[in-house]
Design a binder for this molecule. Structure first.
Ligand code: DAH
Length: 337
């Protein structure tokens, strides 16, 4: 009897351990531990044993019963954990796929690209200069006298007394002219920085497109004609251009450039301060002092230059009334373009 009990235990422990799922385990439980299971059946025979054998066999039977119960519960827990893990790892092939987001150009850079494209068509090349610039190229070479009021609008971030984040793309004019002799015909796109308080029309970081043309016999009419072609290409023939006298140290004469506000079509709205015009940049004939500074012969050559704010044009183009939207990183805004 004792041998039989031990044999039963060994067999049942293996059977529990090898049960592959809860259903099989349940079957094994019934078979070995159930009311009519093998252990119970064996225990019914206790009575037929000699009296002095009964206590020892009875104790063994109890122990076997406990051990089987334990083996059963252990396997049950293992199977439950396995099932939970499988459920967590299961791939639901019926779920709809996740479409990858299609990227697109930022509206500012798309506008800049279109501007460049127009000037390429007019025979200009693209030039670039550093965003971290020195004082010489930023101001000295552009004919800014120290402490001149024109410096006020060029307040920027200084790395040292002599090195700064450029406040305009105009220094590229000097860098280009130092590198080549006339004729020069370039546009220089790029990021600029100013110590401006951020509001609906100002940001500490912004883009400009600079233009420079130097050749024999260049006149103010060439400047005006070039910018007018640009305005029409960009916004269509209903966009007019307005020149008003302005001052920049590196041009003489200088003109502020304004375009018909394309948000209201010139009727006047909040965005243009009810004037119907949007100021987009500055321009003028390159001051002879600047040309002399880079070794150009001012008897032979004249030139014009301009600088246009890219954000302004992008705002006009898409009827956007707050510059901060460009830099917000807000996908709801960006996905509209
Ligand atoms: N750099 C000037 C600014 O940011 C804009 C400008 C004016 C550029 C006249 C020019 C120019 O090239 O000729 O305020």
């Amino acid at each position: 009897m004792e041998d039989k009990l031990e044999q039963l235990r060994d067999e049942a422990v293996v059977a529990f351990r090898e049960a592959d799922d809860e259903e099989q385990l349940e079957q094994m439980r019934v078979q070995y531990l159930g009311r009519q299971g093998e252990l119970r059946e064996m225990m019914k025979n206790l009575g037929s044993l000699a009296k002095e054998q009964r206590p020892a066999v009875g104790r063994l039977a109890n122990r076997v019963s406990q051990e089987l119960q334990q083996a059963y519960e252990q396997r049950q827990q293992q199977l439950a954990e396995q099932a939970a893990q499988e459920l967590a790892e299961r791939i639901d092939v019926t779920l709809p796929g996740r479409a990858p987001r299609v990227g697109r150009r930022h509206p500012l850079l798309a506008t800049l690209d279109e501007m460049i494209e127009i000037f390429l068509g007019l025979g200009f090349n693209v030039a670039e200069g550093p965003e971290v610039e020195n004082y010489h190229y930023s101001f000295d070479a552009l004919n800014y006298p120290e402490f001149h009021p024109a410096m006020d609008e060029q307040m920027t971030f200084y790395i040292s007394d002599d090195v700064l984040l450029r406040s305009q793309t105009s220094p590229v004019q000097i860098r280009v002219m130092e590198q080549q002799s006339p004729p020069v015909r370039i546009v220089a796109p790029g990021r600029c920085f100013r110590r401006d308080t951020v509001d609906a029309t100002h940001c500490h970081t912004f883009y400009q497109l600079e233009g420079l043309l130097v050749d024999e016999g260049v006149t103010f009419a060439d400047l005006k004609g070039t910018l007018e072609v640009f305005a029409h290409e960009m916004f269509g023939p209903s966009c007019h251009m307005r020149f008003r006298p302005d001052f920049f140290p590196f041009t003489e004469p200088s003109a502020e450039i304004a375009l018909t506000c394309m948000i209201c079509g010139g009727a006047g709205c909040r965005a243009c301060g009810y004037t119907g015009w949007m100021e987009v940049g500055g321009s003028g004939m390159v001051d002879p002092t600047v040309l002399t500074g880079v070794g150009y012969d001012t008897e032979k050559y004249t030139g014009f230059a301009f600088g246009v704010g890219v954000e302004r044009l992008a705002m006009l183009r898409h009827s956007i009334d707050d510059i901060r939207l460009f830099y917000s990183g807000d996908m709801r805004f960006l996905e509209q373009f």
